[in-house]
Structures are given as structure tokens and as C-alpha cells.
Design a protein around this ligand. Sequence first.
Ligand code: FPP
Length: 231
Amino acid sequence: MGDDQALRIPRHVALIMDGNGRWAKKRLMPRSAGHSAGMNRMIALAEHAKALGINYMTVYALSTENLARPKDELDGLYSLIKKYFLKNADKLIKDGAALRVIGDLTLLPDDVRAVVEEGVARSYKDAEFTFCIALAYGARREIVNACKAAAAKDEEVTEETLGSLMYTGDMPDPDLIIRTGGEVRLSNFLLWQAAYAELYFTDTLFPDFTDECLDSAVAEYSRRTRRFGKV
Ligand code: FPP
């Protein structure tokens, strides 16, 4: 990773996990096999992020737009959650991570939502490392909800008050946002929070995004100079 002494570890890394479908297609496997491989990679990356000293990792697991995918693909994602969410949650929690979920869980089927809520309920509320899963998440929806909440409270709208009403209100903004799978866009992910994030795009399909790939993204982040609009 080059000069380790100078390596700056981002406090919060967010990850757009794209390319599961293409990964599976290349192997003549169903898309669900790509999501399954992606889920295993996601858990391994969380453990690696924790070991690197990253404090927060937020992953885009299901967008509000993804909810319009064909029923059989969605059913596959839901059954992945129902089968493995609690097992993976327990593993992360046992290793000392706090688990949280952002998004509009009311958009999910009841049985899926129940499993997700159960996992979060088992988790620590606070830990050195927080693993945050975005499920049924859409940034514009999040911003609209925050505005509605501010109006309902009759609160003055400032960057601080609105920021605190986002799903991530008590988390630092992401320092580094990584997107795998070759597309160069944010796709309605953490739009408010991304204001000063460093963006890192790679063609690597998500199931192929190894721990070493995360090391390379962190090394690239570390080389960049963040000025937050100042000189
Ligand atoms: C995008 O790849 C990925 C998703 C829509 C799902 C991401 C989910 C995981 C990594 C597994 C964990 C899942 C849950 C729900 C906990 P794509 O299918 O759009 O890939 P493509 O662009 O190659 O078609």
C-alpha cells in the first residue's frame, strides 16, 4: 500500500455494490448466484474495513428503484435476507460491530422487515465500527422526509437541522464513496451526505472486489487532498 506511515484511513466508507448480475452472467449462472456471492463479499469487506480502522461502512444493498425489478429477482434478494441476514448480523455483532439499517423499511414485505428489525435489535447501539445497510433506500426520499419532519416540528431549516433529520443524522458523512461495476454515477445514494466525499469508481464487478481492492481505494483516498472548498 506504499507509505503506510502516511496512510489516512477514512472514517466512513460508503459502497455501491454494482455488478452482481454481470458477474453471474459471465459464469452462466442465475443473477441470484451473483447476489449471493455479493453478500458473502459484503460481509468479508465489513470485517476487513473494521480491521483497517474504518469506523463506519455503509452499503447500498437495495434501492427504492431496485424494488421495481422483476418479482423473481426481488424474491431472490428477499430470500437471501431471510436466510442469511440474522446469521451474518450475529457474526458481525459477535465481532463487536454495531449494525444499523437506513431506508424506508415499510416498503419491504412484512416478513423481510421483521428479520431486518430483529438483527438490528440484537446489535450494540454504539461500537468502534458501525456497519450500516441501506435497504429500500433512496436519497431523494430521505431528503423529502427530512424536510417534512422539519416542517412538522416547525423547526428552522439549516444545514445542521436538516442533516440531523437524515437517516444518518448521528453518523459522520462518508469520506469515501466507492462504486464497483463500471458505472460512474451515484444512483440516488447518500446525495445529501456525499457533498464532500471523495468518489472512487472501478470496473471490478462487486463479487470480485477483494479486500485488496478496498486497500487500493483507501490508498487512493489517502493520496487525495481534501480542501472542502477552501484553498
Ligand atoms: C447491483 O448489482 C446489486 C444489487 C441490486 C444488490 C446488492 C446486494 C448485495 C451485494 C447482496 C446483499 C444483499 C442484501 C439484500 C442484504 P446488479 O444486480 O445491478 O448487477 P448488474 O449491474 O451486473 O446487473
